[in-house]
Design a protein. Sequence first.
Lengths: 245, 218
Amino acid sequence: MSWTWFHKLASPPHFYRIAGRLTPWFGWPAFLLIVIGLYGGLVLAPPDYQQGEGFRILYVHAPSAWMSMFIYSTLAISAGIGLIWRIKLAHAVAAAAAPVGAWFAFLALATGSIWGKPMWGTWWVWDARLTSELILLFLYLGCIALRASIDERDRADRACAVLALVGVVNLPIIHYSVYWWNTLHQGSTITKIGKPSITFDMLWPLLTMIVGFTLYFGAILMTRLRAEVIRRERDATWLREELAR
Amino acid sequence: MGLVYHGDLILAFRRWEQIAQPVVFFAMITTLVPLALSPELAQLRQIAGGVLWIAGLLAALLGLEFLYRADYADGTLEQMLLSGQPLALLSLAKTAAHWTSSGLPLVLVSPLLAISLGVPTDAMGVLMISLALGTGILSALGAIGAALTLGLRRGSVLLSLLVLPLAMPALIFGARGVDMAIHGDSARGPLLLLGAMLVLSLTLSPLAVAASLRISQE
């Protein structure tokens, strides 16, 4: 198998153009799916027999939580690619993805907390899922902070890549220890909202939202990557020609 | 490797304050707890495991910053990189030396502090073993953080931000194990898990440290 396409993709001028062309292909479907998903989730889906209308925040909460994990794996994979094959664009992906991921982790926590208030009667419980999501947010913040404090771009890229890989090895350990910690500690007063067999009426808007959020991430990543490429290549002649067109 | 370990230890023991500071800090935090909560031993015993573990982790964090700083400043690190020796093994030796000079003293004074929190003597063994394993894990993980933040402004705050989330699993099982021992249960399970984590972090962290040190010297 020839790898030329891969290396070609990794060249900034080529990628800059491709990303520009791809953005609407991610953006519009994302917009459509999110609108459909929201309508399905907020209007069409039947209210939950236990939680009433309140459960509808699920349609933002669950996709955000999913995105926060999906983006961390994107971050780690691109960091690995960047370290191993020394592809600068891969580091740019990691740099562009980290803040988005942090926001999704924050959004998942915030919506979870808003959801928790009427359902559990409190803004925050030390539930296993909440706690591991919080730790994930800390990992994102560590990545962002490390990048921000190193001035040389090349060193920042590679240091953050190492950190992302260390984080990804630790993530399962953190995840499972938090679960065990939770089951060990308390005969939890709030039983987790286990996996209720969700009806199809409730499920399809959720899946639509998840796909929509993922595509949205694709669009936002492409846009951020273009900005990142401009920042990194600001002295290059191709960029001047490209922008002058 | 033995030489690096030995040399680092000699350097550490020549500078007593560097060894003493974390120990004093450890004692200080432990003293804050009864002052803030309640001097009643029955109540303190309930939280002793967690308190000792948090104080121990924070104290062990203190020294991490200096792990590679002097070597970075005076060029020893460059020599290590150029020496042709496997960098991962050298960094493992440095981590071991760091643990001996910062983690071990904490382990040794922990029973004293534990008594002051009303921990029964039967639980001392578990406390010391768990802290020994836990500070080992922290030294191994912290070495990565120290290598990544070499030569940065305000590196020490960043270091804690990077390392503490990674150390949370150790805290969970360590504090839990001590707690079980205080209540007279067998703490075998948490201690075995801590041991497994230590083995894993000792195996993988030197590789990450070596990569980070190379990055810092480019």
